[in-house]
Structures are given as structure tokens and as C-alpha cells.
Design a protein around this ligand. Structure first.
Ligand code: BTN
Length: 255
């Protein structure tokens, strides 16, 4: 049976009041929120689409957004109306998705810093938070039952395949969890939970910074959500953004 996106079904599972805009197709739910932020910003606007024609990922990449099988959602948040530090919203979104996959879908999900969600070593979800003045747009894309990926994604992307759970329920639960987190002023608790979800802590990682390749052990997530790395050369480095790979080899492929 087709897992249709239905407004009433999303509302049925929501515990918080939101302004929902549901589209069959849109360029990008993040771009739409950015437009709203300029013309008619309303805190708690949720934009959801069944497919995106120009889905955006981090670092200028595209986000593969086929119809009927994924979740493409963006929440418009007024940074002045939340208790959590806005700079931790991206961490909050990762934790919210992880909670939902674990609790609602009984799936063992892990977060690869900063906020890629992995299941069985495959990326199933990406998060892109963007600013527009005092508004923050938290965009979340989940491969729910996408079976066919383009060649370049085949080895790294996977789907969640939740049994008996609809996209409507997952969307509503992600919003609920995110709302609980950002209405609480408790970043220490959030970072603790983030750490328990992390698949990079205490692992060998590699990354490129200013065209230089580094390897080391990811030792901590600091209170700002940055990754602390004990480099092989003995020094410590704190990463605020970017992308890391697990292991020491893959960084070489990226150069
Ligand atoms: C990444 O993996 O690099 C982040 C991907 C974020 C994708 C989501 S899908 C909904 C929202 N709209 C977009 O255009 N991007 C985000």
C-alpha cells in the first residue's frame, strides 16, 4: 500500500501547534522556508513535500529526493522564541531524528558528526540548518523506503524501512521531539544524549581541513557541539564544521 502524505494524519500525531504546508512537489522545502522568512515568517511553520526538484544538501551538494519514498521537511524557527541556544539546533535535529527512529521505528540509528544519520552503516538521513535573519530553517531529509539510488550514492545511502509506520507519523514525531528539545534550556542534557547516539566517538577518523589531511581519534563533543579530535601527531583539534570519515583511508579518496 502506498504510504501517502496526508495533512490530517500528520496533525493526528502532533503534540504541538504548527502551521503546515504540504506540497506534492517543490524545488526545496528549505528554499521555500527561506522565501517565507522574507515575506511572512511564522514561527513553527512546517513545510513538507513528497518530492523535491532541487533538494539541497550541505556543502553545495544536491539531496536526492524521489517521490513517495522519502521525507523532505523544513521547520521555520524564530530564534527568539526558543530556549535552547540556536547554534545547537542542528545537534537537536540529529537527536530528534535518532529518538524517533529508535523509539517509534525500533531502528538502531547512529549520528555521524555533525548530523548525518546512519543505519547499518548507510546514510539514511541528512540535516541542513540555514539562517535567514533571526529565523532558522531546519531541513531534514529521510530515505524512508527509497530502494533505488543514483550510482554515486549506491554504496553510501540506505533507507530506514520502518515496519508499519507511516511517513506522516515519522514527520509528526520528529517535530514533537525537536519541539521538546528546543523548548528546554538544557544544552548539557542534549549534548549527553547526542554523545550516546554518536558513531564517531572513540573511533579513528579522518578529515580534510584547508587542503590538509588529518587522522586521529574523536575524543569528545564539546558543549558547543564541536568535535574534539586527538590527532595522530599528538595535538588536539576542535572541529566546528565540515565532514569527517570513519577510519583513516577514505580521506585520501576525497583529496
Ligand atoms: C545533507 O545530507 O547534506 C543534508 C541534506 C538535507 C536535505 C533536506 S530535505 C528537506 C530540506 N530541503 C532541502 O532542500 N534540504 C533539506
Amino acid at each position: 500500500m502506498m504510504d501517502l502524505l496526508i495533512k490530517e494524519e500528520i496533525f493526528k500525531h502532533l503534540n504541538t501547534g504548527i502551521n503546515l504546508q504540504l506540497f506534492d512537489s517543490i524545488d526545496s522545502t528549505n528554499l521555500h522556508c527561506k522565501r517565507l522568512a522574507k515575506i511572512n515568517p511564522q514561527h513553527g511553520t512546517l513545510v513538507v513535500a513528497d518530492t523535491q526538484t532541487a533538494g539541497r544538501g550541505r556543502m553545495g551538494r544536491a539531496f536526492f529526493s524521489p517521490e513517495h519514498t522519502g521525507i523532505y521537511m523544513s521547520l521555520l524557527i524564530d530564534s527568539k522564541r526558543i530556549k535552547l541556544s540556536p547554534s545547537l539546533l542542528t545537534v537537536a535535529a540529529g537527536v530528534a531524528v535518532c529518538r524517533v527512529l529508535k523509539k517509534l521505528c525500533a531502528i538502531d540509528a547512529k549520528i555521524k558528526w555533525v548530523n548525518d544519520i546512519f543505519v547499518n552503516n548507510k546514510k539514511v538521513c541528512g540535516i541542513l540548518a540555514e539562517n535567514s535573519g533571526q529565523y532558522i530553517i531546519v531541513g531534514i531529509g529521510v530515505n524512508v523506503s527509497t530502494a533505488v539510488f543514483p550510482d554515486e550514492l549506491k554504496s553510501i545511502a540506505g533507507s530506514v524501512y520502518p515496519e508499519g509506520i507511516t511517513r506522516n507519523e515519522i514527520i509528526a514525531n520528529i517535530v514533537n521531539e525537536l519541539h521538546y528539545i528546543y523548548m528546554e534550556d538544557n544544552s548539557a542534557k542534549l549534548i549527553d544524549e547526542y554523545k550516546t547516539c554518536s558513531c564517531v566517538l572513540d573511533k579513528k577518523i579522518s578529515f580534510v581541513q584547508n587542503n590538509k589531511a588529518y587522522t586521529g581519534i574523536a575524543t569528545d563533543i564539546n558543549p558547543e557541539g564541536n568535535l574534539v579530535v586527538h590527532l595522530d601527531n599528538g595535538k588536539f583539534l576542535t572541529l566546528g564544521s565540515g565532514e569527517v570519515s570513519l577510519g583513516s583511508q577514505s580521506v585520501i579518496d576525497k583529496m
